[in-house]
Design a protein around this ligand. Structure first.
Ligand code: ARG
Length: 404
């Protein structure tokens, strides 16, 4: 390493890769490495991460509970847009990276570090997301990406390095090296190993937080979600904080096999990759949010949101959360949510979350207007006649020209 560094803050998950990086940074740079572990509700104990960092020579070990901030300031704003990447992916990993980067930068400033480091490989999206976010938040901070700098080129070599340095290598239930897994309150993503062959169906043991819909209960369960200005605020009549609510929905969804996705996606960096995602609570929330919008949003407002959504999703996927264009789109999306308040009831049953009813004090729905029955509301059927005649004008010209 050519640059001279005094202090580095490492985004440390406690997993194999970042443990090796912790050792490698200390050896290569000979500087102090502060570890930062974000509690995003990944569902594992974080105290073992502390012990592991200490064992590997970490002196300043920071574990910060970011669950509420994650859901309130990142997941919910994204949900307001009904965001899906390539039509299906709820962006569970993508949306966590800018939050981790934000705290990496904050800690670097606090401890006077001149660099931050992350454990993302040189082939994925996550390196891009971390680094673009750090660039946007503090251009003076240097970034170290060991996977792009060291001589380790494969997982096999990584395991050798671990063995040489006495770093414990985790094994899965089958005694093999584990999949590449990223988990938080929104999702669990699994990539690598047999999943790298998209022609091969994912074995059941890949799934971690959802049951197979076939094995889900035969009796459906009903949940009611309350929304205020576009954000979920209550579950079955009980007010809840963002992280508490998502945690509760994750257990409902997991039980009923909701939110499984087996996807081949296009990475920003250029290649296609195959992953398995489980997003139980997020999948329920997406259906619920669309449900409440269906009665509270004006048609043109709703359609405009749907038009910009893929663009907004791509920005988040590609790592541009902290960017002027994402903030501009966010302002538009947020403004659309002023009246998106009310309650939605969904039935959870064998892998599906289906909206069965919705109510709102700000509803635009008018039974009087739409009814098939006689209605007192001023709606003149003759207006429809003229409406169709004018809309058909150009179609009649077009058909006549074509000689039909
Ligand atoms: N492919 C997904 C994305 O780019 C998930 C990446 C998750 N990272 C991991 N280490 N498995 O958002």
């Amino acid at each position: 390493m050519t640059r001279q560094m005094d202090k580095i803050v490492l985004a440390y998950s406690g997993g194999l890769d970042t443990s090796i990086i912790l050792k490698w940074l200390q050896e290569t740079c000979g500087c102090e490495v502060v570890t930062f572990t974000a509690d995003l509700g990944q569902g594992e104990e974080l105290e073992p991460a502390r012990a592991k960092a200490a064992m590997l020579g970490g002196k300043d070990i920071r574990i910060v509970d970011l669950r509420e901030e994650f859901v309130r300031d990142f997941v919910f704003p994204m949900l307001r847009a009904n965001t899906l990447y390539e039509g299906q992916y709820l962006l569970g990993s993508s949306i966590a990276r800018p939050l981790i980067a934000k705290h990496l930068v904050a800690i670097a400033r606090q401890v006077g570090a001149d660099a931050v480091a992350h454990g993302s490989t040189g082939k994925g999206n996550d390196q891009v997301r971390f680094e673009l976010a750090v660039n946007a938040l503090d251009p003076s901070i240097k970034i170290i990406a060991p996977w792009r700098q060291w001589d380790i080129r494969s997982r096999m070599q990584l395991l050798d390095y671990a063995e040489m340095h006495g770093i414990p290598v985790p094994k899965d239930k089958h005694g093999e090296a584990p999949f590449s897994i990223d988990a938080n309150l929104l999702h669990t993503s699994t990539e690598g190993k047999i999943l790298e062959n998209p022609a091969e169906a994912a074995p059941e043991y890949v799934y971690q937080r959802t049951v197979d819909p076939i094995d889900a209960p035969d009796t459906p369960e009903t949940v009611t979600i309350g929304f205020e200005s576009g954000d979920p605020v209550s579950l079955n009549g009980e007010a809840m904080t963002p992280a508490t609510l998502l945690t509760a929905l994750n257990s409902f969804g997991g039980r009923h096999g909701i939110g499984r996705l087996d996807l081949v996606e296009n990475r920003f960096i250029g290649m296609k990759s195959r992953g398995v995602y489980e997003t139980p609570g997020g999948t329920i929330l997406l259906a619920a949010h669309r449900g409440i919008e269906s009665i509270t949003l004006d048609r043109a407002a709703a359609h405009l949101k749907d038009e910009i959504m893929p663009r907004y999703a791509e920005l988040i996927y590609n790592g541009f959360w902290f960017s002027p264009e994402r903030e501009m789109l966010q302002a538009l999306i947020d403004r659309s949510q002023d009246f998106v308040s009310g309650e939605v009831t969904l039935r959870l049953y064998k892998g599906s979350a289906t909206v069965v009813s919705r109510t709102s004090p700000c509803s635009l729905y008018s039974a009087d207007l739409v009814t098939f029955e006689e209605s007192a509301v001023a709606y003149d059927h003759h207006d429809a006649e003229g409406f169709i005649r004018l809309n058909g004008l150009r179609l009649r010209s077009w058909a006549a020209r074509n000689g039909r």
